[in-house]
Design a protein around this ligand. Structure first.
Ligand code: PEP
Length: 250
């Protein structure tokens, strides 16, 4: 069975002293879990802190966004090379909180995905539908468009060894996770969509579920065939809860 991947998304939480405590607790509690890969995506200013505390441990670190451009007059942006300077191995792209607040288009997100992938970082592409879209039964159409923008612009091989996180927008931070069946159905759909173009890329791709995962519901989600792990927001902010989720994946 392929190893599961659990990614913490701290969003805009933390400060130097709280981060130190949380990362030290992660290191101690997660050390015995040898069958799961763990990544923590921190706010940009704390990449150096993550690097200094996590280097030499089995926990990797990453960022929550990157620029679609490599260098230049883009005030406030952070490039893929800058993330690599701090040892980041992963980067979240297209999180719905950013896509909504900063009007990020699928095309912009596709370019960020390509920049990360072609410079050796693992992109974690977030896709998912709103509640209205699910109730209207168009959730697969919405997710297909997000995936197809990358396939049509850069080719399906971009997905080889990458990560997609299916995050229904209605489940994020709501306390109402998708059912294991709802998540499995969408994960299978995503893998199939990519496999239709490039089967080996689809098989090497990890598809995470994100949206109100906690230590109580994690096992039921992670046992599903196409659920390769989780993207965890709130549940990553306390070491005990995150440990429970990582144990479920382990
Ligand atoms: C997220 O925003 O990526 C997320 C999954 O959040 P939460 O776990 O808090 O629903």
């Amino acid at each position: 069975m392929p190893r599961k991947l659990v990614v913490a998304n701290w969003k805009m939480h933390g400060n130097l002293s709280a981060n130190r405590q949380l990362l030290e607790a992660y290191i101690q509690k997660l050390k015995p879990l040898e069958n799961v890969d763990i990544v923590v995506c921190v706010p940009y200013p704390y990449l150096a802190q993550a690097q200094s505390l996590l280097a030499g441990t089995s926990i990797a670190w990453g960022a929550q966004n990157l620029s679609k451009d490599l260098v230049g007059a883009y005030t406030g942006e952070v490039s893929v090379g800058m993330l690599q300077d701090f040892g980041a191995t992963h980067v979240i792209v297209g999180h719905s909180e950013r896509a909504t607040a900063y009007c990020e288009s699928d095309e912009n997100i596709a370019t960020k995905f390509m920049q990360a992938k072609s410079h050796g970082l693992t992109p974690i592409l977030c896709v998912g539908e709103t509640l209205i879209e699910r109730e209207a039964g168009v959730m697969e159409m919405v997710v297909a468009k997000q995936i197809d923008t990358i396939i049509n612009t850069y080719g399906a091989s971009m997905f080889a060894n990458a990560v997609v996180a299916y995050e229904p927008i209605w489940a994020i931070g709501s306390g109402l996770a998708a059912t294991p069946e709802q998540a499995q159905n969408m994960h299978e759909f995503i893998r199939g969509r990519i496999a239709a173009h490039d089967e080996s890329a689809a098989n090497s791709l990890k598809i995470l579920y994100g949206g109100s995962v906690n230590s109580q519901n994690a096992v039921q989600l992670f046992v599903m065939q196409d659920i390769d792990g989780g993207l965890i927001g709130r549940g990553s902010l306390t070491a005990e809860e995150f440990e429970g989720i990582c144990r479920a994946a382990n």
